[in-house]
Design a protein around this ligand. Structure first.
Ligand code: UDP
Ligand code: MG
Length: 319
């Protein structure tokens, strides 16, 4: 390939797997003969991750470490890493997890497809057997709903693991948003894309950093960032309910004229009140989701804070 290949590795408390990850990269001669760079982004780890990476940097000038000032989340860590990629030169970036769930063999397959002049190669999971049933089902529904609502569809079962050409990195560096859903942002620029399939293995060691609520929030982030349909749907829901109530009113007049009014209706009244109350609260809640996000965008706070960027030469000059 032309130019540099950067492996962009977000790290949050991964001390047990970093060394293994590094050795795995080094065990692939196809990768080592490239102009390779391993950029670890330490997303505010509280364990020894930074130290482990610094040891690697001492031995290997191709390893770099960006320390963020606290835990900003994987999406921000990826963006932080992308922000220091030199897009004036040819090359590509592969965001890859530190826990060896993204196999390096797949990177080699992606590189082979990349030669064919595409701008992005996606790594698609064909088997989610290592995920829990809940995660598999919720992921399936998420992709279904997202692709129905969003004007920019994303490929099902493709995570952040992919090969991104520098021209797409350049576009992403220029995107101003604070609410980050990287999978969506990666596919937003478009361009020619290829896919390679792989089976996702289990974590090499340690625990997943994503619980149900983090994933739920990510899903809401994705939907609200890429679609305004949840906002607009209330116009139609309101219209439908108004039409129904008009029909009901008409029916009550007819009923009164022909059969008189026996004054029943307590249950239907309470059901209507509760139903409408629920619908209104839901609508207000969805408004809140969007307004909250507009509020964050309006504040224009930085999306991450870089504490330090450590390279081989920095460590040597300290000694
Ligand atoms: N990660 C991160 N910041 C976070 C959470 C996760 O940088 O706040 C990193 C983590 O260290 C790992 C990658 O993101 O390299 C994927 O995380 P994990 O393996 O926990 O996610 P899963 O594979 O379970 O979806
Ligand atoms: Mg993982």
């Amino acid at each position: 390939m032309r130019g540099k290949l950067t492996l962009l590795v977000p790290v949050f408390n991964e001390e047990e797997v970093i060394e293994k990850f590094y050795q795995e990269v080094r065990s692939y001669p196809e990768l080592c003969q490239l102009d390779l760079e391993i950029l670890f982004v330490n997303d505010g780890s509280s364990d020894q991750s930074a130290l482990v990476i610094q040891k690697l940097i001492e031995q290997d000038p191709k390893v770099k470490l960006m320390n963020l000032s606290r835990n900003f989340g994987k999406e921000s860590a990826l963006l932080a890493g992308l922000s220091v990629i030199d897009v004036t030169q040819a090359g590509a970036v592969v965001p890859i997890d530190a826990d060896l769930q993204d196999p390096l063999q797949v990177v080699i397959e992606m590189l082979a497809k990349y030669q064919g002049k595409v701008k992005m190669v996606l790594a698609k999971r064909v088997d989610r057997g290592n995920d829990t049933l809940l995660k598999r089902l919720s992921a399936k529904w998420f992709y279904k709903i997202f692709n129905q609502l969003s004007e920019c569809p994303i490929e099902e079962n493709v995570g952040d693991f992919r090969l991104i050409d520098h021209s797409i990195v350049k576009v992403i560096q220029g995107l101003p948003e604070r609410n980050l859903f990287m999978k969506g942002l990666f596919s937003w620029p478009g361009f020619k894309t290829e896919i390679v399939s792989y089976t996702r293995p289990a974590r090499a060691a340690g625990q997943t950093k994503f619980n149900f609520f983090k994933l739920w929030n990510l899903a809401i982030e994705g939907l609200t960032s890429f679609s305004t349909m949840p906002l607009k749907v209330w116009t139609y829901a309101g219209l439908l309910i108004a039409l129904c109530s008009f029909g009901l009113a008409l029916w009550m007049v007819i009923e009164k004229i022909f059969w008189g009014n026996p004054v029943p209706g307590y249950p239907s009244l309470i059901v209507a009140i509760l139903f409408l109350g629920g619908v209104q609260l839901l609508g207000i809640g969805i408004l809140g989701e969007y307004i909250g996000r507009i509020y964050f965008e309006a504040k224009q706070r930085p999306r991450f804070v870089v504490e330090s960027l450590i390279t081989h030469s920095d460590l040597n000059s300290v000694e």
